[in-house]
Design a protein around this ligand. Structure first.
Ligand code: BES
Ligand code: MN
Ligand code: ZN
Length: 465
């Protein structure tokens, strides 16, 4: 989508003009005020469209409800502009002007909403989805719009990768994409090097697949960084469950098990362009979890990079094994903070559904500030408990721990497992996006499929340091 900044968006000859309506107020267009039905009150998300019959430069006007004027914020603008853009698509509009009646600095969230709402993964379809391809805005902050384009490009990269079949988005492909991101340095470690580094937990998972694992380390290192932060994404390019194979229904969407990795690639792409004063390490232990003659087996005992031993209780609890070594590696970099993002537990989907992500960690203030950042950008996080009981369930008779506990409290158990691989000096937060990374019905500005969850929160957190 091309974004054009013009003198007055209302004067542009285009297929549709988007305006807003506040509750209890008239809109800026008489045509809408005159012909909209009474129940078009301006409540958030209401949409009314009307043909202009050549009375105006735009062929149609799309009015969208914004709620009460005093409640306007970025989330309201982004979500409702996304809604209006979807309406434009329905009406087959290609060129769209946006002119909002408000003092609010809406350019940034309007562009982001338009881009998110306009997204479809139709690469493999012969008949493409209708998309808006030009938007016009006026009276907006150019810099904020440019920033939104960077963020939405990142989200597109993330969503595309998570929507891609596993046959395309392999560990090798993720490594190649990482190496092509501008403005950052990337190092890739192959099987032999990973083995040499002692990542026995990660390799146990990887060895059952014919796809070679790739350990990806992306670096953005500015002159005098205010902080040093590592961000880690779970990169299971496909999770069949391994020998503890998943039933067909549960395996269906497991190409999305690298959504965390995809989010990290998206964030790093934006970091390379925005170039903040904070050092960022993007880390992905990419592999597949497959059943085969070379697979790891229940009962195997594996050793992570920090020397801790793990009895494999269930080969489907593989994400935490790959993250264990990635966390050890990140802590060795002696960064100040580590954030990991992972489609880690089905239990998190049961607990929080498809619109709220789980969060845990070892520092309350750090967790709190990520939750607050999420609120600002419109991503919801809910803290899950970390108690010793969850860890006790993972005691093993033959190793330092097992990789699973009981059936219950699975999200917290996974969190307690990961904690074993984080050194006390580093502040750590773990985001469980199993329910939010990939959705099976449209939600707010998102269509079915990958949402790019985490990109906005992590990016916002990094650049506000
Ligand atoms: N990738 C899955 C978690 C998942 C489930 C993500 C549903 C997205 C949607 C993870 O590797 C997994 O299989 N977890 C198991 C752990 C269990 C064996 C302890 C689970 O949650 O069932
Ligand atoms: Mn699994
Ligand atoms: Zn998994």
């Amino acid at each position: 989508m091309e974004v054009k900044i013009v003198e007055n968006a209302k004067d542009i000859q285009c297929d549709a003009l988007i305006i807003n309506k506040f509750e209890g107020e008239n809109t800026s267009m008489d045509l809408v005020n005159k012909y909209a039905p009474e129940d078009f009150t301006g409540k958030c998300g209401q949409v009314f469209s009307i043909h202009t019959r050549n009375e105006y430069p735009a062929k149609q006007i799309i009015a969208v409800g914004f709620g009460k004027r005093e409640n306007i914020d970025n989330n309201i603008v982004r979500e409702n502009i996304a809604k209006a853009i979807k309406k434009c698509s329905e009406l087959k509009a290609k060129t769209v002007a946006i002119s909002l009646d408000t003092d609010y600095n809406y350019g940034g969230p309007a562009v982001l909403g338009a881009e998110i709402g306009n997204y479809h993964f139709d690469k493999y379809k012969n008949k493409k989805e209708h998309k808006v391809n030009e938007i016009y805005l006026s009276n907006i902050d150019k810099e904020l719009v440019e920033r939104s384009v960077v963020v939405s490009d990142s989200m597109k990269l993330t969503r595309n990768l998570a929507n891609e079949p596993a046959a395309y988005a392999t560990p090798t492909k993720l490594a190649e994409i990482a190496q092509n991101i501008q403005g950052i340095e990337t190092e890739i470690f192959n099987y032999a090097k990973v083995e040499e580094m002692g990542m026995g937990a990660y390799l146990a998972v990887a060895k059952g697949s014919v796809e070679p694992p790739k350990f990806i380390h992306m670096k953005y290192i500015p002159q005098n960084p205010k902080k040093r932060i590592a961000i880690i994404g779970k990169g299971l390019c496909f999770d069949s469950g391994g020998l503890d194979i998943k039933p067909a229904n549960s395996m269906l969407n497991m190409k999305d098990d690298m959504s965390g990795a995809a989010a990290i690639l998206g964030v790093m792409q934006a970091i390379g362009k925005i170039r903040p004063d904070v050092e960022v390490h993007g880390i992905i232990a990419a592999c597949e979890n497959m059943p085969s003659g070379s697979s790891y087996k229940p009962g195997d005992i594996v050793t992570a990079m920090n020397g801790k031993t793990i009895e494999v209780d269930n080969t489907d609890a593989e994400g935490r094994l790959t993250l264990a070594d990635a966390l050890c590696y990140a802590c060795k970099l002696e960064v100040d903070e580590v954030i990991d993002i992972a489609t880690l537990t089905g239990a998190c989907v049961v607990a929080l559904g498809n619109t709220v992500s789980g969060i845990m960690g070892n520092n309350e203030d750090f967790i709190r500030s990520i939750i607050e950042t999420g609120k600002i950008v419109g991503e919801k996080f809910w803290q899950m408990p970390m108690y010793q009981e969850f860890r006790d369930n993972m005691n093993s008779d033959v190793a330092d721990m097992k990789n699973t506990g009981t059936r219950y409290g699975g999200t917290s158990a996974a969190g307690m497992f990961l904690k074993e691989f984080v050194t006390d000096k580093v502040k750590w937060a773990h985001l469980d996006v199993a329910g939010t990374a990939f959705i099976d019905k449209p939600y707010k500005e998102f269509c079915k499929g990958a949402t790019g969850v985490g990109v906005r929160t992590i990016l916002k957190y990094l650049i506000s340091q």
